[in-house]
Write a protein that binds this ligand. Structure first.
Ligand code: FES
Length: 254
């Protein structure tokens, strides 16, 4: 089964690559790795602005001067905030310069943590969990419903700049699979939030999108009215009474 999935994924990537090549669009908006494009390449100058230069100093002051590289994550976060919610490669290079490491050391971090966006995202970046439990429970159908409803490809931003759809690995809600996260940048990239919507269906994710479009805040957590948080649908079937207290150990007898 895994071999079949890997082959399918490879074909999908090839297909995206071909489509992008034909339309001369930025590769990096559709793929998970970086390829230079007119709006994202190392020749575009980038530096922390005056307001953030003080914050850079403050962040560095938290670490010993010979361990500056420990500041990579907060500095990338600051750079992402300054750049409107995503990290161009020249911003990563600027961070590498500040912490005095080779750029690859910064790329390693930025590519590992999916909260760093390496291409433009919408005000609401919808992340579909693609790991096994969610996939078995229909995450592909969830993603298809979102892409079809919004008329975009994965990692592409809608024309109004409101939405983009990406994929994330397990977000720890497998018991409520399938689930999506909405990275909400609607109040700016400093105060963004990650909101989990669980037990979703293709119909429900479209409803969530439309509520967000209207400026509403859909309730987080399980979207199945038959469940309370991660409890079983229809209520508990075991542990129905008060649990017995554990027997006390006679410590004097030890
Ligand atoms: S597999 Fe989707 S949350 Fe764990």
């Amino acid at each position: 089964m895994l071999a079949r999935l890997a082959t399918k994924r490879l074909l999908e990537v090839r297909q995206i690559f071909r489509q992008n090549h034909q339309t001369s669009r930025s590769f990096s908006t559709a793929l998970n790795y970086h390829l230079d494009s007119p709006d994202n390449n190392p020749n575009i100058p980038w530096e922390f602005n005056d307001a953030n230069k003080g914050k850079v100093k403050e962040i560095l002051s938290h670490y010993p001067s010979n361990y500056k590289q420990s500041a990579v994550i907060p500095l990338l976060d600051l750079a992402q905030q300054q750049h409107g919610g995503w990290l161009p490669v020249s911003a990563m290079d600027a961070v590498a310069k500040v912490v005095e490491v080779a750029p690859i050391r910064v790329y390693e971090v930025a590519t590992f943590y999916s909260m760093f966006n390496r291409a433009k995202v919408g005000k609401y970046h919808l992340l579909v969990c693609g790991t096994t439990p969610c996939m078995i429970r229909g995450s592909r159908e969830i993603e298809d419903a979102l892409l079809k409803h919004l008329g975009v490809k994965r990692n592409e931003v809608t024309k109004d700049g409101l939405f983009s759809v990406g994929e994330m690995e397990c977000m720890g809600c497998c018991v409520n699979a399938p689930m999506i996260t909405v990275a909400d940048y609607s109040t700016g990239s400093e105060g963004y939030t990650y909101n989990y919507y669980e037990d979703v269906t293709p119909k429900r994710v479209v409803e969530i999108v439309e509520m967000l479009r209207r400026g509403e805040k859909p309730p987080h957590g399980t979207q199945n009215p038959q469940r309370t948080r991660c409890g079983p649908e229809g209520g508990n079937t075991t542990l129905l009474g008060e649990p017995k207290a554990p027997p006390c150990r006679d410590l004097d007898a030890c």
